[in-house]
Design a binder for this molecule. Structure first.
Ligand SMILES: Nc1nc2c(ncn2[C@@H]2O[C@H](COP(=O)(O)OP(=O)(O)OP(=O)(O)O)[C@@H](O)[C@H]2O)c(=O)[nH]1
Ligand SMILES: [Mg+2]
Length: 428
């Protein structure tokens, strides 16, 4: 069997289209799949697409096609065959035996991209956990020796087979990873609770991978989060403060993009990262208007959101990349389909004012308008209102201070003893 460095690997792609799928749908899913393979760092030797009539339980594709696939592997001198589907462990094993090259499925491909992108400790732990979950049922017959993961002397019981030892080593490692991730989750939870206590409103950018989430965050917050034309360039959540014209601020988090058929191992393993999405009060669902499959992509994102338990969260749609759309009718159609929405270009800044005013209006609803009368001696309460709220009016005499402000519910609640129904400007 030939194994090569991922950078120089030449991949032969196999895409099976459902009988019901149209030509256009196949083209876009093939283009997306090629983008995925390139994002993993491999070159493309060729691609085969079939209409799927029957699946072979042992080899996934039928025997006739298998022979043709082997011939193609030889002709293209491919190092790896990548299926745009999920293969069972047995199918993958049988295909590798027959084709005599490495065979990977869509899940392994996405896991590989995540593994290459993971930078933070949290990201690395999460990817490893997902990879081990994927590897576990595939150990059989692959002769993988897992001792490097912490097995070896002292870990092997008498009479135990290598496979059992490997399984146990992996299970132990998965347990250790899960417990390290629980620590990460706890510290993130504490951070989030602090934000809630401080009355900060949080929004999360969600959307299909490459939709332009990081570019949009950079534009909104004037930051420099990495954005590039690669799938899954963002794995670690980044949070930035976005100041709005009305004087309020929203914390916006950028996080990992979603894709059709996102491996469930990843969604489960990325629980800590995706908590940012679960806990946000508002989702900004970024949609790439230039994609012919924009609606299907949005539906795939909705599925993951449901899996995360955030399916019913208040959502604004951001129809992005309008600078690159040839037919403006497309944007109008998407605006009718997705609501409430703002059409923007995160690249040129076009339409950004519309998005900011949507956010401003949302924030005003979230943040009540309050009137306070406080004794001038209550310095810390006065300071709290002045620093965490949007102050609209103040006046004072020797004894009292009057403040009219927009202030978050949580903070308003702790200061309710100073609240008054209202006052007229100039009352003091
Ligand atoms: N023409 C155009 N390109 C854009 C726009 N916004 C983003 N892009 C490009 O789209 C590509 C992906 O942008 P990112 O911001 O990295 O996308 P993302 O959604 O964060 O992607 P992942 O982190 O991989 O999920 C980059 O090449 C951007 O330059 C836009 O408004 N117009
Ligand atoms: Mg990104």
């Amino acid at each position: 069997m030939r194994y090569k460095n991922a950078v120089t690997e030449k991949a032969l792609l196999v895409v099976l289209k459902q009988k019901s799928a149209g030509e256009a749908e196949l083209c876009t899913s093939l283009a997306e799949f090629e983008h995925l393979v390139r994002s993993a760092g491999a070159g493309i030797a060729g691609s085969l697409h079939y209409t799927c009539r029957a699946y072979d339980p042992a080899f996934f594709i039928t025997t006739g096609r298998l022979e043709a696939l082997k011939a193609q592997v030889m002709q293209d001198a491919a190092d790896v065959v990548v299926f745009d589907s999920e293969l069972t462990p047995a199918q993958q094993h049988n295909l590798e035996e027959f084709l005599e090259v490495k065979v990977i499925d869509r899940t392994a491909l996405i896991l590989d991209i995540f593994a290459q992108r993971a930078r933070s400790r949290e990201g690395k732990l999460q990817v490893e956990l997902a990879q081990l979950g994927y590897l576990m049922p595939r150990l059989k017959g692959r002769g993988i020796h897992m001792s490097r993961l912490g097995g070896g002397i002292g870990t092997r019981g008498p009479g135990e087979t290598q496979l059992e030892t490997d399984r146990r080593t992996i299970k132990d490692r998965m347990q250790r990873l899960s417990s390290s991730l629980r620590h990460v989750e706890t510290s993130r939870r504490v951070q989030r609770q602090n934000r809630i206590r401080q009355g900060v409103q949080c929004a999360a950018l969600v959307g299909y991978t490459n939709a332009g989430k990081s570019t949009l965050l950079n534009l909104l917050a004037g930051s420099d989060v990495k954005a590039e034309n690669r799938l899954f360039s963002t794995l670690d959540p980044t949070t930035r403060k976005v100041s709005l014209a009305g004087g309020g601020t929203v914390l916006v988090s950028d996080t990992v993009g979603f894709i059709r058929g996102l491996p469930h191992q990843l969604v489960a393993a990325f629980k800590a990262t995706l908590e940012e999405v679960r806990e946000a009060q508002l989702l900004l669902h970024v949609i790439d208007c230039t994609s012919p499959c924009a609606e299907e992509q949005a539906a795939a994102v909705d599925l993951v959101l449901e899996e995360l338990g955030a399916g019913d969260r208040e959502t604004f749609f951001v129809l992005n990349k309008i600078d690159a759309v040839q037919d403006q009718g497309v944007v109008r159609r998407l605006l009718r389909r997705f609501e409430p929405a703002a059409a923007v270009s995160a690249r040129t800044g076009q339409g950004l004012a519309g998005l900011r005013s949507l956010l401003d209006r949302w924030l005003v609803q979230k943040v009540p308008h309050m009137y306070f009368r406080l004794p001038a001696t209550e310095k810390s309460a006065i300071n709290r209102i002045m620093t965490s709220g949007t102050v609209l009016y103040t006046s004072c005499d020797e004894a009292d201070v009057l403040i009219e402000a927009r202030i978050d519910f949580a903070i308003a609640h702790t200061l309710r003893r100073f609240a008054v129904p209202s006052f007229r400007h100039g009352d003091m």
